[in-house]
Design a protein around this ligand. Structure first.
Ligand SMILES: NC(=O)c1ccc[n+]([C@@H]2O[C@H](COP(=O)([O-])OP(=O)(O)OC[C@H]3O[C@@H](n4cnc5c(N)ncnc54)[C@H](O)[C@@H]3O)[C@@H](O)[C@H]2O)c1
Length: 389
């Protein structure tokens, strides 16, 4: 099949690699020819490394390279069966590109967006045939992350949804179908990992190193929240939180943190600037743990882990309660999109729904803040003695 990809930056070039590896004939388009050259050079480097490691042979490498054409006009995508847009995160610009693209492609071409934060309905509204528009949301780096969220807009036809899911499954990815709501699944359900950890820090209960250590050692998370925010970039992570918070009409559960805002304003963005919650050397290794070393306090570690975990579970339960996605897709999204050690709903079953409700009620009774209110689904399940799986 012919796949057109618009934007050859971080995401577009990764998606092109995935589609070309799956045997599709790919055209990768960008307005900036330097970005196209960079994408080509980066792919050559990645493929050479895969050959060195013995993951692919030289024949496979040239097959993947031959499957990608680098093009500098949108019209070149006219023979596409599917297009995926991965350009700048700006609604007006995306809408303009979509309405121009529609004049070139055939009537049954699927027109998809990789947007992280815009509504698919608003992007689809720029098309004459909005039923062909859908969200196909990859995670970074696209060739490595197994999850793809597929997001039908209110306008999307069932046929386009089914076809899109089949294509992405063919590309050897795990699909989670999500409702067209802010943050879809992953960027919504993961918010407390950062937000609750920042809140615990701001209350003066523990420093960055202690919170990271608690979640890694007791929860099995590969990176602690502060290490992860430094890795993602405090500017990027703060913007996602602020966007989700605003899009949810300022729901207190998603309130951004001043600590992170100040780091972002100061240019302490994390690994990419050498300074964030930690200081890094040129190899990206931590040299100084700012705000002190971890305090080895088992009781405090358990409190931190329980509090962050139960807030994550509450968010996952609420996403199910509001039909954002199925229980299986919510758990798959977190294990395959952000590498959580377990699905949050399976984790809730393991801890006990009664444990979740009582931990949340303890927090609510302490703070009387809306962010700690227990999901009605957890409360109902507890009453009825039910589990998620
Ligand atoms: N970076 C991530 O972690 C990530 C993850 C998931 C989704 N996304 C989403 O993917 C999209 C792209 O993000 P990115 O990080 O790859 O951005 P990027 O800045 O790395 O790349 C964007 C590319 O689009 C090109 N471009 C801009 N306007 C264009 C136009 N009108 N026509 C053609 N090309 C144009 C730019 O030249 C650039 O090469 C955004 O919508 C973003 O929200 C990003």
């Amino acid at each position: 099949m012919n796949v057109g990809i618009i934007g050859s930056g971080t995401m577009g070039s990764g998606i092109a690699q995935v589609a070309a590896t799956a045997g599709c004939s790919v055209k990768l388009y960008d307005t900036n020819t330097a970005a196209l050259d960079n994408a080509k050079a980066a792919l050559d480097k990645i493929l050479n490394r895969l050959v060195e490691k013995g993951r692919i042979d030289a024949g496979e490498k040239s097959r993947i390279q031959d499957n990608i054409q680098y093009v500098d006009s949108l019209q070149s995508l006219s023979d596409s069966d599917l297009t995926i847009e991965a350009i700048i995160e700006n609604l007006e610009i995306k809408q303009k590109v979509f309405s121009e693209l529609e004049t070139y492609v055939s009537d049954d071409c699927i027109i998809a967006s990789n947007t992280s934060s815009l509504s698919i309905a608003s992007i689809a509204s720029s098309l004459q045939k909005p039923e062909r528009c859908i969200g196909i949301h990859f995670f970074n780096p696209a060739p490595l992350m197994r999850l793809v969220e597929v997001i039908p807009a209110v306008q999307t036809s069932k046929e386009v949804l089914d076809k899109s899911v089949a294509i992405i499954n063919n590309w050897k990815k795990t699909v989670a179908v999500a409702k067209d709501t802010p943050g879809f699944i992953v960027n919504r359900v993961a918010r407390p990992f950062y937000g609750e950890s920042l809140r615990i820090y701001e209350e003066g209960l523990a420093n960055f190193a202690t919170i990271d250590w608690s979640l890694k050692s007791l929860g099995g998370f590969r990176m602690g929240p502060f290490e992860l925010m430094d890795f993602i970039g405090n500017d990027v992570n703060y913007t996602v939180t602020e966007t989700v918070f605003t899009a949810f009409y300022f729901d207190a559960r998603y309130k951004p943190s001043f600590t992170q805002k100040r780091l972002s304003e100061a240019g302490y963005l994390g690994r990419k600037t050498g300074k964030g919650y930690y200081d890094y050397n040129e190899n990206g290794k931590v040299v100084i743990s700012n705000e002190g070393e971890k305090s080895h306090n088992d009781k405090l570690a358990q409190y931190i882990f329980d509090r962050v975990l139960v807030m994550l579970i509450n968010e996952a339960a609420d996403a199910l309660f509001l039909n954002i996605a199925s229980a299986e897709d919510i758990d798959n999204a977190m294990t395959k999109g952000v590498n959580y050690p377990k699905g949050l709903l399976a984790w809730a079953d393991e801890k006990g729904i009664d444990w979740c409700v009582s931990k949340l009620d303890e927090l609510y009774n302490e703070y009387h803040e809306d962010r700690y209110r227990c999901s009605p689904l957890l409360r109902k399940m507890n009453r009825e003695n039910k589990t998620f799986f």
